[in-house]
Structures are given as structure tokens and as C-alpha cells.
Design a protein around this ligand. Structure first.
Ligand code: SAM
Length: 252
């Protein structure tokens, strides 16, 4: 099955990816819950705990969509601060190339709690509008798969991170047991585009989703790419048998 992303230029790919997420933005959170039976929330929760947000830290969530990780970062940083009596306030920036996704996130009522500690910026993750060494933590969840140039993106994350900063990349990955991969492929091809059509009236965007997951490098290959971009002690945590994986590394 092909959605025709193979032969297009980078600019065209960026434009098409924008179209995909513009089209599904308003029902994005609901669709995620349906597709993964809510399990994506557990993966994100575990990823954020491993990041271990601290009071006073600056967090950039790239391809942050509706802002779930930004809010989680601030919540965990405050909890850590309370335990130690440290009142420094962490800040989080949710950045995304697609303003429709950001608007859907900004409309959420639970943002009020964070005031201007949570901000929203429309930006391409491959060309971030920040000086070198601006952040303690960069996260990307289910976003880097859409980059036209993934390696350029990883180098950009390294550039904006302080030395010793943390990078966490959560992404769909490859199942560790081939027999399960087979069943998963059948589920995704049969169910997800139909579900997408039903919930978002957009079958093609979800067809694209499946295709991009299959093309994404396996855990070890992606780990090497992260190391090559200037990160060390990169660890891999598989979720749900490798349906998703968290890559965690330190900027050196
Ligand atoms: N991080 C959120 C989450 O985990 O729910 C949203 C993930 S959503 C599947 C992918 C997001 O990546 C979309 O909001 C899309 O607009 C964004 N995106 C795609 N290409 C991008 C790029 N080059 N730079 C920044 N964001 C991008």
C-alpha cells in the first residue's frame, strides 16, 4: 500500500504532512485513544517519569501537537520541587509545525493552571528558532517519524540542548517478535484507515500513518542515528512488545 510519499521533494513532503495533521487536529486526541485503547497515555506517562523533570528546568516539546507532554513536564517538575521544598518554576514550550494542532491544544481547559509557564510556538522541528544550549530537556513524541530529514532534526535537538541535557524520543517502532509484527500489520491495515474515516472523515491521513510507521528505522538503527547526532548513553525502552519505543540520551 502506498500513499505516494516516496517520490516527492522535501518541501512537498512537509506540505503534505501539514495537511495530514490539519485535517485531523480537532479529533486527534480521541483518535489516539481509540487506536491504542488509551495505551499511548501509559507510554507517555512512563517516558515522562524517566525524563524526571526538575524545578526550574526549561523543556521544549518538539512536534508537541496538543501539548500533553508539556503539561506533564510542568506537573512532574512541580511535584519534585514540592518534595524538596524547591520553589523554582519549570517552563515548557510546545512547538509544532502545524498551527491547527497547537490551536486544539491551546483550547484545553487544563492549561489555565500553568499560566505563561506553558507557551506555544509554531516551528519546524528541523529548524528551531532558538539559540544554542537553550533547554535542559527536549522531547518528541510520535513526531520525528514525519520529518523530511530526521538526522537534521536530531542535530537541531542537540544544538538547542545544554551540555548534559536530556533527549527523549517516543515513536512507533518495530515489534520484537516477528509473529506479533505480522498480527499487528494485519490489524493496522485492516482497522486503522477505517477508524480514521469514521472518526475524522479522513482515511488517507491514517493510511499515511501506517506507511510512515513501517518505514521508520528499527530500534538499533535509530539509536545509532541519535548517537551520531551527539548523544551518549542512549537507552531503548520498548513498549507493548515494540509497538512503540522510547529512546533516551544525554547531550555530550
Ligand atoms: N506529540 C504529540 C503527541 O504525542 O500526541 C503529537 C504527535 S502527532 C502524531 C505528530 C505531530 O508532528 C503533529 O502535530 C504534526 O503537526 C507534527 N509535525 C510533523 N512534522 C513536523 C515538523 N517538521 N516539525 C514540527 N512538527 C511536526
Amino acid at each position: 500500500v502506498s500513499f505516494g510519499f516516496e517520490d516527492v521533494t522535501e518541501t512537498e513532503k512537509v506540505a503534505r504532512v501539514k495537511g495530514v495533521f490539519r485535517s485531523v487536529a480537532s479529533r486527534y486526541d480521541l483518535m489516539n485513544d481509540l487506536m491504542s485503547a488509551g495505551v499511548h497515555r501509559l507510554w507517555k506517562h512512563d517516558a515522562m517519569n524517566r525524563i524526571n523533570p526538575q524545578p526550574g528546568e526549561r523543556h521544549l516539546d518538539v512536534a508537541g501537537g496538543t501539548g500533553e507532554l508539556g503539561r506533564a513536564f510542568l506537573d512532574l517538575a512541580d511535584k519534585a520541587g514540592k518534595r524538596r521544598g524547591d520553589t523554582r518554576q519549570a517552563t515548557a514550550i510546545v512547538s509544532d509545525i502545524n498551527d491547527a494542532m497547537l490551536e486544539a491544544g491551546k483550547a484545553r481547559s487544563d492549561n489555565a493552571r500553568w499560566g505563561d509557564r506553558l507557551s506555544w510556538v509554531c516551528a519546524d522541528g528541523q529548524k528551531l528558532p532558538y539559540p544554542d544550549k537553550s533547554f535542559d530537556v527536549v522531547t518528541v513524541s510520535f513526531g520525528i517519524r514525519n520529518f523530511a530529514d530526521r538526522v537534521a532534526g536530531l542535530k537541531e535537538f542537540r544544538r538547542v540542548l545544554k551540555t548534559g541535557g536530556r533527549l527523549a524520543v517516543l515513536e512507533f517502532s518495530h515489534m520484537t517478535a516477528p509473529i506479533l509484527q505480522d498480527a499487528y500489520d494485519r490489524y493496522s491495515f485492516a482497522v486503522i484507515p477505517r477508524l480514521g474515516e469514521l472518526i475524522t472523515s479522513d482515511r488517507d491521513s491514517y493510511q499515511y500513518l501506517i506507511e510512515s510507521i513501517r518505514k521508520f528505522p528499527d530500534q538499533q538503527t535509530f539509536k545509532s542515528e541519535i548517537e551520531d547526532a551527539g548523544f551518549s548513553q542512549v537507552s531503548v525502552t520498548n513498549y507493548s512488545g515494540g509497538i512503540a519505543a522510547l529512546h533516551f540520551g544525554w547531550a555530550v
